[in-house]
Design a protein around this ligand. Sequence first.
Ligand code: NAP
Length: 327
Amino acid sequence: MPGHYSGSFVPFTVSDLAEYKLMSTTWHILGAGSLGTLWATRLARAGVPVRLILRDETRLASYQAGNGLTLVEHGEAHTYPVIGETPDSPTPIHRLLVACKAYDAQAAIAQLQPRLVPDAELILLQNGLGSQDAVAAQLPLARCIFASSTEGAFRDGDWRVVFAGHGYTWLGDARHPTPPLWLDDLHIAGIPHAWSTDILTRLWRKLALNCAINPLTVLYQCRNGGLQNHRCEVATLCGELSELLECAGQPAAALDLQDEVERVIHATAANYSSMYQDVANARRTEISYLLGYACQAAARHQLKLPHLQQLHERLVDELRARGLPRD
Ligand code: NAP
């Protein structure tokens, strides 16, 4: 995809590094889930100041009963004593990594609003689209940086995460294309990343891939590879999604969409999609920020996409039948 570049990185000397860390702004991390823990442990391991914001006193007490956050990587577990706090702790927040699910982001930010300095920086890790704009509208003076990640992690216990898939995180700010200086923290922490000048295109492309694959894996109860038996349906969806991307002003995200969807289905044939796993574990899905967002965008553009619409209805019916939230 065009238009991204890595932040430039000048190697630090040992004394530069010590001074840099002393001057570093604290990273507040909202949510000790899979991605929040993956980021918190790597930043802490590098000596970057981190504080973890937990839901409430009960979660904080449970966290403080242990030794910290554990990262399991290449089969080895290491624990880092990251400081925990609740949303109503008094310290101001200058930089916040928002690592909750898309459907929790607005409420979590509203709770933290009194602590956010006016020009706070937020990094939004949520999948799909819709939650990022909602958060940005809540905080008009803050800098909201959108992220799209191909890293994969899952929790195999409380306060413990397994780094399951090494990948990359693209970060970008559609309103201000200048990269922030703190990308150096990510270099120091070994978090693979790139600053992207087309982050919305990346998020739309990922949303389209997700809409073409994930809902069908739930409806057909199959691994990604099972969709090789439903090629016509996948192709029809790709056609409609490409139309939507063109109409939404994202033609670059539509380029060769069907080819990439087929490549992903083939390359990840043995995997269960994240939506499949959410449904299988009776967890709420992020449907409203994926297929739901796509259908709403089509309606806004007065675009008739009958197969996409029908897919949404079938998925909602499936969630209802399983007693799961439909949004
Ligand atoms: P997760 O494991 O479910 O973690 C979310 C965390 O947010 C939970 O620990 C939850 O707390 C916490 N939380 C929610 N509301 C909160 C609040 N008001 N205050 C404090 N904590 C709060 O989710 P995840 O897998 O890390 O996913 C986060 C986002 O990244 C999603 O949009 C996901 O699609 C995206 N993503 C994930 C991966 C991955 O591999 N996991 C990869 C790419 C993108 P409790 O534990 O108390 O419920």
